[in-house]
Design a protein around this ligand. Structure first.
Ligand SMILES: C[S@@+](CC[C@H](N)C(=O)[O-])C[C@H]1O[C@@H](n2cnc3c(N)ncnc32)[C@H](O)[C@@H]1O
Length: 244
């Protein structure tokens, strides 16, 4: 009896710790929203010099071309949209665009970037949220790497619940590459699943960040029943999509 109480106590402690991690990373993105774009545009602490930056933008252009070939269409859902960097690319293809993010600050920035009518902005925690609709295209960028391994299966079940019959998925994420992050960040080993991220003002947060190998991820997804091919750009990104 005592043993089972201890065991249950331990379980509870572990699940609180697990949730603390996902709450802290949302807090991090809320606090980072106004400086977030510096990462994508290689500004400030993310500026790695002309040659490295050019490589980054070449790899990014490759993913954008893949997205164009994929051809998002119809009712599009974007999970964890952030400031709308990719929403802007999805918008021309969408009959209706739904953007979800846990941060109101991020959604406000996305709204300022897009400021058009056929966009729905939803503030929701993706670890709790359940879809009420189905979508022809489900897209997420730099989100899968923040899903803790213990929630990987649940996340892909959620994606499955969002996709309409005949619907498709496209995602993009990070490769393990030191120059992708800020000059004052150190990427831990590939096997570490959490790392410390610092804001411009020096505040630090612990977040999940998983770096997937394209082939291994494709295999893992296949074992969950997904037919998604995953590719890697030369250095910085991986991207995956359902059949074109
Ligand atoms: C790395 S950013 C990616 C943003 C955008 N997709 C992009 O590519 O620029 C991760 C995003 O996830 C959001 N986020 C973090 N935790 C979340 C949660 N539990 N539920 C929903 N969104 C969350 C953050 O607010 C942030 O906008």
């Amino acid at each position: 009896m005592q043993l089972s109480l201890v065991v249950r106590g331990l379980d509870l402690t572990m699940s609180i710790a697990k949730d603390q991690g996902i709450h802290e990373q949302l807090e991090y993105y809320r606090a980072r929203s106004s400086e977030y774009d510096q990462w994508w545009y290689r500004k400030g602490r993310y500026d790695r010099g002309a040659a490295e930056n050019a490589h980054w933008f070449r790899d990014a252009a490759e993913v954008v071309s893949a997205l164009t070939r994929f051809g998002p269409s119809g009712r599009i859902l974007e999970l964890a949209c952030g400031t709308g960097i990719w929403s802007e690319k999805l918008l021309p293809y969408a009959s209706e665009l739904t953007l979800i993010d846990g941060s109101r600050e991020m959604l406000n920035l996305a709204e300022r970037r897009l400021h058009v009518g056929n966009v729905r902005y939803v503030e929701a925690d993706l670890f709790d949220w359940r879809p009420e609709d189905k979508y022809d295209t489900v897209f997420f960028s730099f989100w899968l790497s923040h899903v803790p391994p213990s929630r990987f299966g649940d996340f892909w079940r959620l994606v499955g619940d969002c996709v309409a019959p005949g619907g498709r998925v496209f995602f993009v994420d990070s490769q393990h590459e030191q120059t992708s992050t800020a000059i004052d960040h150190r990427l831990p080993d590939r096997s570490d699943i959490q790392l410390v991220r610092r804001l411009n003002d020096g505040r630090e947060f612990r977040i999940f960040k998983l770096f997937y190998d394209a082939q291994a991820l494709q295999k893992e997804l296949m074992s969950l029943g997904w037919n998604i091919s995953v590719s890697a750009t030369q250095r910085y990104f991986i991207y995956g999509h359902s059949a074109i």
